[in-house]
Ligand binder design. Structure first.
Ligand SMILES: Nc1nc2c(ncn2[C@@H]2O[C@H](COP(=O)(O)OP(=O)(O)O)[C@@H](O)[C@H]2O)c(=O)[nH]1
Ligand SMILES: [Mg+2]
Ligand SMILES: [Zn+2]
Length: 379
């Protein structure tokens, strides 16, 4: 394994938990740190996980690190979640230098985090009411990352057991097994924390469902504000979105995301179906006649049917098709840049005049879209 080779090459391994300007906060692996600090290889406890701190350990050491010039030269970015090799630790000053970045297993864009293991989707059973369409949207968005999705429903103290069973049956048909929790009544918090152990988890969900309350219950020391719309108040303070991984006392790392009510679905029409477990199940046992079937009105379609979220599928599909044709249009505009060959085979790229005008307009639209998206996600 790469990690083992690197560990042998004199250095410390850790995980980047926050990025601040040109500094990186790195949480070192506990097992490794103990070996280096005590200089006693005989004390290595091989049962310790090399990746994440063991359960009983005290808080793992954090070092504020810079990035080696070599990494800057080769354009190697360092992001939250990255596994990094730290050199020249200064234990007293709690400083170090990142000398290398291990290959990423994956990379999320919003929030920007590497090596994520799973998404924890939090909704509430009531207050705000559970809206199937909104839940569906979040689920599809989460599935489109390719990561495991854990669905958790908070505020179960607000409904009866009978109501809870109804919701459960409903979601099982969707292909999910929700974990019902209550932060107020400490119901199933332990069960959920087992799911988070030794993993990097991104918490997502609309605002007001109890994400901050839940994180506070898991990590009492972090004291996140409850009942506050994330992002809105923070906007004045931080101009860029701040991403941070919180260390779970029982092992594992957790990232909170700003709540947003309508995540944009950015998948292609062709791939949409596989983000519905119900459609996946159908495709596992049968095939559509056409390999490029969009499961609308094509003959001999294995996906179309009376499953509950089929209507959601059709709506999201329209959206994905509209989005794709918009992207195609943009791509067409790009391709109208013409190549002028000057003199001895020298090439010059020049956009056609009318296209240039058009491009400016489209860029403005893009910016507007971005701003809307930002506003949306900040509420
Ligand atoms: N009834 C009930 N209310 C809760 C529970 N957990 C959180 N809340 C309340 O829900 C509101 C929103 O909580 P918050 O953690 O800020 O949600 P976030 O926006 O998802 O981070 C607050 O008023 C919390 O006190 C719970 O388990 N049951
Ligand atoms: Mg919150
Ligand atoms: Zn089909």
């Amino acid at each position: 394994m790469i990690e083992e080779v690197l560990q042998d090459s004199l250095g410390l391994l850790g995980t980047v938990v926050a990025v601040q300007a040109n500094f990186y906060r790195v949480q070192l692996d506990v097992a490794e740190t103990e070996i280096r600090r005590h200089g006693d290889r005989g004390r290595i406890n091989l049962s310790l996980s090399p990746c994440l701190p063991p359960t009983k350990s005290p808080t793992p050491p954090l070092l504020l690190c810079t990035r080696r010039t070599r990494l800057k030269k080769i354009g190697q970015q360092v992001m939250v979640g990255d596994r990094v090799l730290v050199e020249e630790p200064d234990w007293a000053g709690q400083r170090g230098a990142i000398a290398d970045v291990l290959p990423r297993k994956n990379q999320l864009d919003r929030p920007a985090i590497a090596n994520v293991n799973q998404i924890l989707l939090v909704f509430a059973v009531a207050d705000p009411p559970l809206e199937p369409y909104q839940l569906s949207r979040f689920l599809v968005k989460a599935e489109s990352t390719g990561l495991d999705v854990v669905l958790c429903l908070n505020k179960s103290d607000l409904i009866s057991t009978q109501q809870q069973n109804q919701i459960n049956e409903y979601l099982i048909k969707w292909g999910y097994q929700p974990i019902f929790i209550s932060v107020y009544k400490s119901i199933n918090i332990d069960k959920l924390s087992i799911q988070l152990k030794d993993k990097i988890t991104v918490v997502a969900g609309p605002s007001g469902v109890g994400k901050s309350s839940f994180i506070n219950a898991l990590i009492p020391s972090i004291n996140l504000r409850v009942g506050e719309i994330s992002g809105k108040l923070a906007r004045g303070r931080h101009t860029t979105r701040h991403v941070e991984l919180f260390d779970l006392p029982s092992g594992g790392l957790l990232a909170d995301t700003p709540g947003f009510n309508q995540p944009d679905l950015d998948c292609s029409p062709e791939e949409l179906a596989v983000y519905f477990p119900e459609a996946r199940q159908r495709l596992a046992v049968a095939r559509c006649r056409f390999s490029d079937c969009l499961h609308r009105d094509e003959p001999d379609c294995a996906v179309r049917g009376d499953w509950e979220r089929y209507q959601h599928y059709l709506e999201f599909l329209e959206e994905a098709i509209a989005r794709q044709s918009q992207l195609n249009q943009q791509a067409d505009q790009e391709s109208t840049i013409k190549v002028k060959t000057k003199g001895k085979g020298k090439q010059k790229y020049e956009p056609k005049l009318e296209t240039k005008k058009y491009r400016q307009k489209s860029r403005r639209t893009q910016l507007q879209e971005l701003q809307e998206l930002f506003r949306e996600s900040e509420e």
